[in-house]
Design a protein. Structure first.
Length: 161
């Protein structure tokens, strides 16, 4: 399983398997944060996935909350070079929230721009999602991971146009 429920800091939250390693080694080996992409040099992509809510986060009006994040930067860690990449998040179409066991998921189609490293991983059909999260610039990557409300799990990319 790619995601695990981590119990820490008096609350439970979801962690990608890669993020667990990042947090474990954060002091000795912090992730290199790459500069924001040049949006004018990258094409738009429609990507599919699900927004996974952390336990304890209210699902009340969650679609609006996710849509309100459009226009901000997302971040994703590349598992190959352990770099943190930026994703320009433009728009999203959400479907109704579904519950699967204890997990709450909002399926989506999002309009994004990202470098080819991230887009190719989203489009790879590897069985693993590309985990992204709202990036708050004033915080380091570890603090962003530990304080987010949920995860954008990207697992497909439109390649027909």
């Amino acid at each position: 399983m790619q995601y695990a429920l981590f119990d820490g800091f008096e609350r439970k939250f979801l962690l990608d398997a890669l993020e667990f390693g990042v947090l474990k080694d954060w002091k000795e080996n912090p992730v290199k944060e790459l500069p924001d992409i040049d949006e004018s040099a990258h094409p738009f992509h429609i990507c599919y996935g699900g927004y996974l809510l952390n336990p304890g986060v209210s699902d009340s009006d969650i679609s609006r909350k996710i849509k309100d994040q459009a226009g901000f930067w997302l971040a994703a860690i590349d598992d190959t070079r352990m770099d943190c990449h930026s994703i320009a998040y433009y728009d999203i179409h959400t479907l109704p929230l579904i519950s699967c066991g204890h997990q709450k998921i909002v399926p989506f189609a999002a309009l994004i721009k990202a470098d080819e490293c991230i887009i190719s991983k989203i489009a790879s059909y590897s069985g693993f999602a590309v985990t992204a999260f709202l990036r708050i610039k004033e915080w380091d990557i570890a603090t962003n991971i530990l304080n987010r409300e949920g995860i954008f799990a990207f697992n497909g990319c439109e390649r027909r146009f």
